[in-house]
Design a protein around this ligand. Structure first.
Ligand code: C5P
Length: 232
């Protein structure tokens, strides 16, 4: 899979997702399904969107003992998603087990990427709550390298980190980056943002874009603008 725009379908129900995606007549965007929608609608939402021809990033961020993650990944693999993810904090062994679970009998599998540290975790909570006494940037890179060591395909990271991740983990190690905004758009609650064009220049492989597309007056045009800036 090459560079692509993934639309974060952060809606609370299947009806809202279908109403949104029905606007797209010519394109079948790559979509991200998160916990809220998946827990509300179950695996059927994945099956339906696959049937409609969308590629799917199922963003469930698994984190449990290796055996449980392995078995759960096997279930997600049968759903035929294209990308799924987990928390690198679950350890290298958990990530290896996840890969095993994800791999189908014929050797194929969805891409598997890791969340390093959530962007909602700051240096203070890293130290106070998690008792991790290293600078955030080092922790993020260490977790990315753990993901690489476990055999994963890449990480979710800020577009600002994508260049360093490629330097340390190789150019084929995927960087999937949220926090993308148009130069003339609203930033909202995202703190460290980049435009699709800047994300491309720094080497993001996939950008995850939610509200700049879903809340745009013309979502199809906003999606096309993202694709023009990021992919063309
Ligand atoms: O609407 P917006 O473009 O901010 O949506 C970004 C998407 O990426 C949301 O689904 C959000 O949960 C997700 N995300 C993020 N920052 C991270 C990880 C995931 O914004 N560090």
């Amino acid at each position: 899979m090459g560079r692509d725009v993934i639309v974060a379908c952060d809606f609370a129900s299947a009806a809202e997702v279908y109403a949104f995606l029905d606007r797209f007549q010519e394109e079948r965007p790559f979509v991200k399904i998160g916990m809220e929608l998946y827990y509300a609608e179950g695996p059927q939402i994945v099956r339906e969107l696959k049937k409609r021809g969308h590629k799917i990033f199922l963003d469930l961020k698994l984190h449990d003992i290796p055996n449980t993650v392995k078995k759960s990944m096997a279930v997600l693999s049968r759903l035929d998603v294209d990308i799924c993810n987990l928390h690198a904090a679950g350890t290298v062994n958990m990530m290896k087990a996840a890969l095993e679970g994800l791999t189908r009998p014929d050797g194929t599998r969805p891409l598997l990427i890791a969340v390093t540290q959530l962007t909602s975790t700051d240096q203070e909570s890293l130290e106070e709550d998690l008792m991790i006494h290293a600078p955030m940037a080092e922790v993020v890179m260490h977790y990315a390298e753990n993901a690489k060591k476990a055999g994963l395909d890449g990480v979710v990271c800020s577009p600002l980190e994508a260049g360093v991740v490629h330097d340390r983990c190789g150019k084929d190690f995927l960087t999937v980056t949220p926090g993308v905004r148009f130069a003339d758009g609203e930033v909202g609650d995202q703190k460290r943002v980049m435009t699709p064009k800047q994300a491309r220049e720094i080497g993001s492989d996939y950008i995850v874009v939610g509200r700049p597309i879903t809340a745009a007056p013309d979502p199809v045009e906003a999606y096309r603008r993202c694709v023009r800036e990021f992919c063309d």
